[in-house]
Design a protein around this ligand. Structure first.
Ligand SMILES: [Zn+2]
Length: 340
């Protein structure tokens, strides 16, 4: 069952909070940072696989964040820079506005981390610039991605498809505009499981230009080795999550699926025996998730729980039980959700 594996993974990774690991030359992660979705990337920075990283956190956690990064500075000499601003996030479509840190509303802040102080500071500056709704945000996104150490092909891919954030009309007309992960899926003839970004705890921190991108696979392989050396028991779980399929709308709205590709039909199809829902919009975002989407998501869940096969079509997807159709869910766009 997927949830058993999630539970096991969360329990296992607590081993990193044992400070005696430092004496053995192994990586220590402060407890507050362990159950955070940047945990893998942070290990990448500590082990020198990645030059710098950026993470978001809720403003009410600022003291815990400061404490944690002070500890990492003391042990590993990592430098960090916390934002002077925060983001108010309005919907699951990633719309956000930037306000002063002193604003009384709840919001997300960010912190940049690197062994190199200048890189941490530059990254924090660029992260704000690229997030602000300004017409030149594209230029900053490019420098940010390069600084983060993402492969050049993937940086160029992101540059090619990311739009002018000031162009509201273009954004409305094409909701895929800012969904680079869906474009990556669309442009991939082959899907390497190493580059599964539609799961939890992916090995790569960026969106690959395609799901078989060689430099991204190199990064993923390096990270896999880091984990194996650090804590061999974790490898099996990492493989388990990479092997899962997903019915994916957004990182905060998806189903993970345990099953196998069904290659007997022309359409993309997966036969499955377990699903796990991930829907964070209500607790993670401050606005209301659109009612229509929520209804669709609930209907999908009901059907998935009864069925054992999904077949993806252009304008809808079907859910079947032993090849008998249980129901169909319409899509607004061909790629408004993908079956990975
Ligand atoms: Zn690439």
């Amino acid at each position: 069952m997927i949830d058993d594996h999630l539970y096991k993974y969360k329990k296992l990774i607590n081993v990193f909070s044992d400070k005696t690991r430092v004496r053995e030359g192994k990586t220590y992660i402060p407890p507050f940072l362990i159950n955070n979705d940047i945990f893998e990337e942070l290990i990448g920075v500590i082990k020198g696989v990645k030059p710098v990283m950026e993470m978001n956190f809720y403003d009410q956690n600022i003291e815990k964040i400061e404490e944690s990064f002070m500890e990492l500075e003391e042990i590993y000499g990592l430098k960090y820079k916390i934002s002077d601003y925060k983001f108010l996030i309005n919907s699951f479509k990633d719309e956000s506005s930037v306000v002063e840190r002193s604003d009384p509303r709840r919001g997300l802040m960010s912190v940049s981390v690197s062994p190199d102080k200048k890189k941490a500071e530059r990254s924090e500056y660029l992260f704000l610039k690229k997030s602000e709704l300004k017409s030149d945000s594209k230029k900053y996104s490019h420098e940010f991605a390069t600084l983060m150490g993402y492969p050049e092909c993937c940086v160029n891919f992101a540059k090619k498809i990311s739009g002018d954030k000031n162009n509201e009309k273009a954004k409305r007309e094409n909701l895929l505009w800012s969904k680079i992960e869906i474009r990556s899926f669309m442009e991939s003839d082959e899907h390497s499981k190493l580059l599964n970004i539609f799961t939890i705890n992916p090995l790569i921190p960026h969106i690959p230009c395609n799901l078989n991108c060689e430099p991204s696979k190199e990064y993923a392989t390096k990270m896999k080795k880091v984990f194996k050396d650090e804590f061999p028991a974790i490898e099996e779980l990492i493989n388990y999550f990479l092997d899962l399929h997903a019915l994916f709308w957004h990182y905060s709205e998806k189903f993970l699926i345990h099953g196998k590709n069904d290659n007997s039909i022309k359409e993309r199809a997966v036969k499955y025996d377990d699903i796990q829902e991930f829907s964070y919009s209500e607790d993670r975002f401050y606005g209301e998730t659109e009612k229509e989407f929520k209804e669709k998501f609930e209907k999908t869940k009901e059907l998935l729980l009864q069925g054992n096969k999904i077949v993806m079509k252009k304008d809808s997807f079907n859910i079947l039980k032993d090849d008998v159709l249980l129901g169909s869910v319409e899509k607004d766009y061909e790629y408004s959700c993908v079956l990975f």
